[in-house]
Design a protein around this ligand. Structure first.
Ligand SMILES: C[S@@+](CC[C@H](N)C(=O)[O-])C[C@H]1O[C@@H](n2cnc3c(N)ncnc32)[C@H](O)[C@@H]1O
Length: 216
């Protein structure tokens, strides 16, 4: 069964004014940045002065596009849940509306691992309000309606338990909405501190990787 993930029809960046201020959130020393779920690479074009810009996405077509959007960037096809980079490799990580499609606790732990202590992560997810705005954009068929029930239940389950489950009719697909409370808990559990919420309806957070040695 073909499942269409819930993505905005317009280009994502038009909807996320806070991403245009990205440089104000980056750490003072920032020579390397990773975009998790980079899509066509447009987020990395907002920070042209960072020497090492990398992106990962599980869609090979997106990675091909990203390579032409960001010449000199370092892109690879791969999964947010198993980042192919060494510990502490990056000064900053960005992830713009990619986490709603992944196993979030696993992906955030991976981000924490590859971020240096004191490094900064900026991410946007789908709040309940934003998910409903997206859902209003088109009328799904029966299969699509079943999938939307799954996305809502998965988000509720995530809020209550901190865990996510794959779409029962296609185990390779995962999608959910994210509440602020749960995101703050997941970030804290993965070793982030100073979690700052930016604005609604698109939930964005900026979080700093703890400096203490016990932080995971
Ligand atoms: C809504 S798009 C956002 C793309 C880009 N960040 C932007 O703002 O334009 C979500 C992206 O997440 C990627 N993605 C979904 N699941 C992923 C996973 N498990 N690992 C890596 N990338 C994933 C998709 O291929 C897609 O490019």
């Amino acid at each position: 069964m073909a499942i269409e993930p819930t993505v905005a029809i317009e280009p994502t960046m038009d909807r996320l004014p806070q991403w245009h201020d990205i440089s104000t959130f980056l750490p003072a020393r920032c020579n390397s940045i990773l975009d998790v779920g980079c899509g066509d690479g447009r987020t990395l074009t907002l920070c042209p002065n960072i020497g090492f810009r990398a992106g990962i996405d599980y869609d090979p077509a997106a990675i091909r596009q990203a390579r032409s959007t960001v010449p000199g960037g370092h892109f690879c096809v791969g999964s947010a849940e198993a980042l192919p980079y060494p510990d502490g490799a990056f000064d900053a990580i960005v992830s713009c509306v990619a986490l709603p499609y992944v196993d979030i606790p696993t992906a955030i732990r991976e981000c924490s691992r590859v971020l240096r202590p004191g490094g900064v992560m900026m991410l946007s997810v789908h709040s309940w309000e934003f998910l409903n705005l997206l859902f209003r954009e088109n009328k799904p068929n029966f299969t699509g309606r079943v999938f939307r029930v799954y996305v809502r239940l998965n988000g509720l389950f995530f809020h209550l338990t901190g865990r996510l489950f794959a779409y029962p009719f296609n185990r390779g697909v995962m999608e959910s909405f994210q509440t602020d409370k749960r995101m703050v808990k997941v970030l804290a559990a993965a070793g982030f501190q100073e979690v700052v919420k930016l604005r609604r309806p698109i939930s964005s957070f900026v979080a700093t990787r703890r400096r203490t040695p016990d932080a995971r």
